[in-house]
Each structure stands twice: as C-alpha cells, then as structure tokens.
Ligand binder design. Sequence first.
Ligand SMILES: *[C@@H]1O[C@H](CO)[C@@H](O)[C@H](O)[C@H]1NC(C)=O
Ligand SMILES: *[C@@H]1O[C@H](CO)[C@@H](O)[C@H](O)[C@H]1NC(C)=O
Ligand SMILES: *[C@@H]1O[C@H](CO)[C@@H](O)[C@H](O)[C@H]1NC(C)=O
Length: 311
Amino acid sequence: MRWCCSFPRALLLVLLLGWWGRSSGFKICSFKLQSLNSTKAANKRVMYTLKRVVSRCDVCLLQGVNDPNGSVMKHLVTKLNRDNDSYDHQYQTVASRSLGANPNDMQEYVFLYRKEIVSVRDRHQYEGKGFARPPFMVRFKSSQTSVGDFVLVAVNTLPSRAVQEIDQLYDVFTDISKRWKTETVMFLGNFNAGCSHMTRPKKKEIRLFTKKGFYWLIGDHVDTTTTDTTDCAYDRFVVHGKSFLKQVEPGTASVFNYAKTYQIKKMEAMHISEHFPIELELKSSTHLPQATPLLILLSLSAFLLSGLAAL
Ligand SMILES: *[C@@H]1O[C@H](CO)[C@@H](O)[C@H](O)[C@H]1NC(C)=O
Ligand SMILES: *[C@@H]1O[C@H](CO)[C@@H](O)[C@H](O)[C@H]1NC(C)=O
Ligand SMILES: *[C@@H]1O[C@H](CO)[C@@H](O)[C@H](O)[C@H]1NC(C)=O
C-alpha cells in the first residue's frame, strides 16, 4: 500500500524537474507605462494586470512611472510578494530620481527584480547633457545566468529628439565602460525608434548603428504599440558585444501582447499604456545536460518503485 502511493509522487517530481529544467531562462522585460501615478494605481484592474505582467520577469524595467514618494511601487511590490509559496518570488525595486524638464511631467525609471535570483551591485544616474530624461543604469549580478554580471541601461527618449538621444547612448556606453570597467551592457526601453521619430535614413546619424558591436534585438518591422492604427518599433533592446549577444536565448526577444493573452479589451490596455511590454531571455547557468542524469535516475527509481508495487 505504501509503495503504490510513492510512485505518483516520484513521477510528479520527475515531471516537475523536467519543467524546471526547460523554463529556467532568465527573463528581462521592459514596459513603458502611460504615466502611472497614485490616481491610476487606485484602479485595481490596472494594478492586477501590472502584477501579472511583472511576475513573469526576473528583471522588469518600468518607464513612465510618476511616483515621487514611492507609494505606488510599494503597493505593486506588496501585491507581487503576497503570494509567498515556494513557486513565487520576492521582488524588490531600484529606482531613479524623478526626471524631466517639466514639473508637471516628472517620471522615474524603476527596475523590479527577484531578489533571490539577482542582486544589485551598483547604480548610477547619467549626468551628461542632451537627454530629457537621462538614462539610469544598474549593474546586476546573477549566478543564474551564464553572463553573471551585466549592466542594464534604462532609456525613455523624447519623441521629438529620439534620433539625437539614441545617438548619445554611445556616450553613455563610453561612460559605463570607464566607470565600471565592463562592456557587458544592454540598453532597454522606449527608444521611440520607429515611425516618424526615427526614420530609416536617420540610422546613419546614430552611432548605435554605425559603430561595431551593438546588436538590436527587436527588429524595425516589429509593432510594440497597443493601437491598431500604429505600427511602430518604439521599444527596443540593444546589446553590446558578441559574448553578451551569445548569452541571449535565440528567438526570445519579442513583444508580449498581454491584452490577447489575458483577454483584456484594447481600450483597457490603452489606459495602461500605448505600448506593449517587450521581453527576452538570457541563457540560464544551469544547463539541461547537467540535469539530465538526475532525471534519468529519478525516472529509473520511479520505474522500479512501480515494479515493486506490482509485486
Ligand atoms: C495622475 O495623472 C492623471 C492624468 O495624467 C491626472 O489627471 C491626475 O491628477 C494625476 N494624479 C496625481 C496624484 O498626480
Ligand atoms: C504619496 O503621494 C500621493 C500623491 O502623489 C499621496 O496620495 C499619498 O498619500 C502619498 N503617500 C505617502 C506615504 O506619503
Ligand atoms: C516569505 O517567505 C520567506 C521565506 O520563507 C520569509 O522570509 C518572508 O518573511 C515571507 N514573506 C512574507 C510576506 O510572508
């Protein structure tokens, strides 16, 4: 009688381990919000959707947050961390100060990250000129990715100055490589790199295109907008260096149409943002081949147990 019941349990374990081995990529997301302030955060549906989107990511950059006293992000983190069983993760934030020229339109960059998976080594607010909202950079470290130590640079350009601001990201890159002695850098966010804000001929004025070693992972043909009337690749990931590029799981850089996945009406999605989130996966440091012998061993013991149960 005892044998009979341990078999399904062992099988469950095997299945669980198999699932874990497959879905262990390290997900990085970026979501440009439409002015998330305390008024909007009072809307339960908005916060529930945000929680669902962020909870899929190991690191998620939010742009367009207007939360000077941090109460909105505190609320979101509380929601994210409420479900506290072994399959959920505990999130933490690292945020820039309020940025912008217009006091009525100040915004922060906020990274939410799973604190048991990734840690913050350093952070820096770019102080160079030429940005409406200067990029905010965070140096992360995670033993769960094969890349280990990397810098994420939050970007949200002014639409009318998108070309100049994207070009100046090259200066930000130079600043980082001097400051932190690393070139493992990824830019992410709303570049406004599409439609009338960045036309194709303008690419030759942008060093992130003309200099070698920068890889654009969301193509020009991709639509990162919510509305049916626009078809623009505004939101992007740009990675520096072949070695970092190789750590990105091929084919994972994409747009997450949460409205379709969660069956949310377009109008409701547009209230959250005119943009959809973008995401990609870094390769995990736990390679499947290492997990395979364990899987075989467990399958074998499950098989033996079932044999014994039959006796
Ligand atoms: C939040 O933004 C909306 C629309 O942009 C505005 O009407 C409202 O006053 C803002 N609330 C706060 C607390 O700033
Ligand atoms: C934070 O600011 C908002 C308005 O922007 C206000 O409603 C809220 O009470 C403040 N919270 C704290 C903890 O100060
Ligand atoms: C969640 O679980 C962890 C580990 O068991 C514990 O340290 C933490 O206090 C818990 N958090 C909450 C909000 O219950």
